[in-house]
Design a protein around this ligand. Structure first.
Ligand SMILES: Cc1ncc(COP(=O)(O)O)c(C=O)c1O
Length: 420
């Protein structure tokens, strides 16, 4: 039976997104329903959404040029001008990841799609997969690897720190896993895992090094070839100033060889990199696998242009400088980093201890209500323990650091935790 237009469509066509779904979601998110119901048509006739400064762990605000690129007319997903845009994205990814490998592409989907593509294609049933766990992303990779029938060995880092070279070396030599997973930027704990020195041991143990760079790519140094990394996945909506929906991915020749030697095809059609690779021209001719998200790829083509214009080293420097500016301000308010060791601290997602007696939710709500500013709470092992502040991409600039510090100052004052 035809569903009634009044129930289903009227809230959309008459301008307000008032409705069951929006209200339920808003209530669940603890957000005032008002904000969502006020979403009316803007002057251009398309939906209007509130403007917010997204300083949590992501998404960060996209660059205006990236957003503008998404409004360009659609091309067919196999049209030569669109395939050229895809080629140019691949070139941008090679620069970003510092590799000459032919095997770069954007998986159509968010960081999780990149994660699952790497695991589904690299892990064969029974393979030993050693997973560094320094927060929820390691936990998730361990879970995913088990689903693809990997034999998972978890290496747990102490909360708020990373795995030492010695621990990694000893375990690699003992277990000789097929794959080692490390999360370069752990956004749930705010830690930065060093990859230094692992290439020699991984060579010795014939281990492929798989790295999550979802919240670090473009924000902190990464040299895929020089560090002998074999597979990387990332996200578009963090340091790359893009919208969510495209996951940068890289495979080394060694990773490619392992994938092509598989006894069984991966247990996923959607994320089979032999097939997706065909769409991206990895093997010469191009074949349809799925409809590429045309507008999102336009956006990422523009994001790659922004990276090239700024220069990677300048990007790394900017993120680092903004991270220091942020901490100078936070420390002047008496706030303390959750990650105690400087060397373990990630610059792109910062975790701040919730001081004794401070109502974190009230501070977060005040920042949103008064400044339209997103400050996030903890996630997984840090839930209730920290605030999280993203210093990423388009948002990594001085005035935003100053506003975040101001919002903390105001929130703490309101709770009587700072002298006026
Ligand atoms: C380090 C890390 N890995 C993976 C993910 C998952 O990415 P997505 O939410 O885009 O699927 C995130 C998302 O925040 C992340 O921060």
């Amino acid at each position: 039976m035809m569903r009634s237009v009044s129930r289903v469509l009227a809230p959309l066509v008459n301008g307000a997104t008032r409705g069951f779904a929006a209200e339920t979601f808003a209530a669940r998110a603890g957000e005032p329903v008002q904000a969502i119901n006020e979403t009316n048509r803007g002057p251009s006739g398309i939906i209007n959404v509130p403007t917010r400064l997204l300083m949590g762990p992501g998404p960060a605000n996209a660059h205006p040029r990236v957003l503008a690129a998404q409004t360009l007319p659609l091309l067919g997903h196999m049209h030569p001008p669109f395939l050229k845009i895809m080629d140019e994205i691949q070139g941008g990814l090679r620069y970003l990841m510092q590799t000459d490998s032919k095997y770069t592409l954007m998986v159509s989907g968010t960081g999780h799609a990149g994660m699952e593509a790497c695991i589904a294609n690299l892990v064969e049933p029974g393979d030993k997969v050693m997973v560094g766990v320094s927060g929820i992303w390691g936990e998730r990779v361990a879970d995913m690897s088990r689903r693809f029938r990997g034999n998972v060995i978890e290496l747990q880092a102490q909360l708020g720190s990373t795995l030492s070279y010695t621990t990694l070396k000893e375990n690699l030599l003992q277990h000789k896993p097929a794959v080692l997973f490390l999360c370069q930027g752990e956004s749930s704990t705010g830690t930065h895992q060093s990859l230094a020195g692992l290439s020699e041991i991984c060579k010795q143990t014939n281990t492929l090094l798989l790295v999550d760079t979802v919240c670090s790519l473009g924000g902190v140094p990464l040299f895929a070839d020089a560090w002998c990394v074999d597979a990387i996945y990332s996200g578009s909506q963090k340091c790359l100033s893009g919208p969510p929906g495209a996951a940068p991915l890289f495979f080394s020749q060694k990773a490619m060889d392992k994938m092509q030697r598989r006894k069984e095809v991966p247990a996923t059609y959607n994320l089979d990199l032999n097939l997706i690779g065909d769409y991206w021209g990895w093997f010469g001719k191009r074949f349809y696998h799925h409809t590429g998200p045309v507008s999102t790829f336009y956006a990422m083509r523009e994001a790659m242009a922004l990276v090239a214009e700024e220069g990677l080293e300048n990007m790394w420097r900017r993120h680092n400088e903004m991270h220091h500016q942020l901490w100078d301000g936070l420390k002047s308010l008496g706030l303390q980093p959750f990650v105690e060791n400087d060397a373990d601290r990630l610059s792109t997602v910062n975790t701040i201890k919730v001081p004794e007696g401070v109502d974190a939710m009230a501070l977060i709500k005040n920042a949103m209500d008064k400044y339209d500013l997103e400050i996030a709470g903890g996630l997984g092992p840090t839930a209730g323990k920290v605030f999280r502040i993203g210093v990423m991409g388009f948002n990594a600039k001085p005035q935003n650091m100053a506003l975040v510090v101001e919002a903390f100052k105001d929130g703490l004052k309101q709770q009587g935790k700072l002298k006026a």
